[in-house]
Each structure stands twice: as C-alpha cells, then as structure tokens.
Design a protein around this ligand. Structure first.
Ligand SMILES: CC(C)(COP(=O)(O)OP(=O)(O)OC[C@H]1O[C@@H](n2cnc3c(N)ncnc32)[C@H](O)[C@@H]1OP(=O)(O)O)[C@@H](O)C(=O)NCCC(=O)NCCS
Length: 195
C-alpha cells in the first residue's frame, strides 16, 4: 500500500503581509510576530517549558520550528522595543491519519493542523492573548488547506479546556488514558473547519 502525502505548502508569511485578521485577534498593547529562525528557539523553549508537566527535547522543538516556521507566532508587548515575547503558539500540519491508512489508490488530500504548544506568561493571562494566538494559527492552517485542527491537553488543565472548548469550539474526540509521563489522562480535541 502506497499513499502519497499531499505537498504541504509553506505560507511564506512575513510580518508585512496582509493576513485576514478579525477584531478578536487584536489585543491592545500586544503585537503578534512571526518566528524568524533558530536564534529564537530558546525563547520558545523558555516560554513553553515553564508549564510543561514533561519536558520536550530540543529535537521536538526543532521538528516543529524548522518544518513549520510560519506556524509559530509570538505575542510581544508593544510599548517596549526590547520586550521579550510573553506568549507563543507552535503548530504543524500533517496528512489526516485516517487518510494515510486508507487503501485507496489516489493520493491522500486531507490535511490536519496540530497545535503542539501554547503558552502565555502568567503575568499576561486572561487578556485574550491565548485565544488570539490560537485563532491566528488556526487561520493560517486553514489557509494551508487543513480541514480540521487537533491537539491534546491534560484533563486537569481547566484553563486550556475552557479556552479550546468553550471559547473556540473544539470538541472532545478521544479520552487518552495515562497519556502523559506523569500518568495524567488527556483529551484529544478537534476543531472541524470544513469537509
Ligand atoms: C491556557 C493558556 C494558554 C490560556 O492563555 P490566556 O491568554 O490566559 O487565555 P485567554 O485570556 O485567551 O482565555 C480565554 C478563555 O479561556 C478560559 N480560561 C483561561 N484561563 C483560565 C483559567 N485559569 N481558569 C479558567 N478558565 C480560563 C476562560 O474561559 C477565558 O475566557 P475569559 O477570560 O473571558 O473567562 C494559559 O493559561 C497558559 O499558558 N497555561 C499554561 C500552558 C498551557 O496549559 N497550555 C495549553 C496546553 S494544551
């Protein structure tokens, strides 16, 4: 059985490009900036690593950031030119899992976006930054042709569950028993974008 993965197009987004931005993706005093290059990997690791129950290796970060630089977005305070990012999201795009296993002859065409990491510094939480980062990343993955977006989160992570389910319309798809190294269970959540 051979299935051909669809070509995943890079967006080639730079900060000057005009993306379609809705009002709820704009946060007063915060600018949203694209990941540039490997020199920023420490910033991502610092932001994301603080809240992780299990550490990711640098190879995991590299996998996402090298293959999908357009899908890493920082939130940075606007008023200070030297300000460090206070939030970030890291995503990737894969062929849909069901599609890869399908024994049909033609190439698989469905793409699924995946949110690998999301973090907002404690001092800036509950201001809509997390939601704005997710919406911006989802918009990009939709633009790349994804028909849905997936992620996993610990069942005990109330903030993430509320953000994804209540605020953004993700739905519970699977309960993953002892998914994390700390033995915590997870939900796999999915947001359907189109057929
Ligand atoms: C999850 C996280 C990214 C949310 O970031 P944020 O910028 O505070 O999120 P928002 O301000 O956009 O919140 C949107 C909604 O999510 C829910 N929410 C966010 N934080 C919450 C909390 N601590 N308790 C309950 N609900 C919460 C609320 O419904 C909130 O809307 P409201 O403020 O109008 O009530 C942030 O808490 C974080 O970095 N946590 C640690 C890392 C993490 O858990 N990442 C997700 C892994 S899957």
């Amino acid at each position: 059985m051979t299935t051909l993965a669809p070509k995943i197009q890079s967006l080639n987004i730079d900060n000057s490009n005009q993306e379609q931005i809705d009002e709820d993706m704009i946060i007063q005093g915060i600018k949203f900036v694209n990941y540039k290059d490997e020199s920023q990997i420490d910033i991502v690791m610092k932001l994301v690593g603080r809240d992780l129950s299990e550490p990711y290796s640098i190879f995991t970060y590299r996998y996402f950031l090298t293959r999908f630089p357009d899908l890493c977005i920082f939130a940075v305070p606007e008023n200070d030119p030297n300000a460090e990012p206070i939030g970030c999201i890291v995503c990737k795009v894969d062929p849909e899992e069901d599609d890869q296993m399908n024994e049909n002859e033609g190439p698989t065409t469905k793409l699924c976006g995946y949110i690998g990491m999301l973090a907002v510094d404690t001092s800036h939480r509950r201001s809509g930054i997390g939601s704005a980062l997710v919406k911006r990343a989802v918009r990009r993955m939709e633009h790349m042709g994804c028909s849905s977006i997936m992620l996993e989160t610990e069942v005990t992570n109330k903030a993430a569950m509320k953000l994804y389910e209540d605020r953004l319309g993700f739905m519970r798809e699977e309960f993953l028993v002892r998914y994390y190294l700390n033995n915590n269970d997870a939900y796999r959540l999915r947001l359907w974008l189109k057929d």
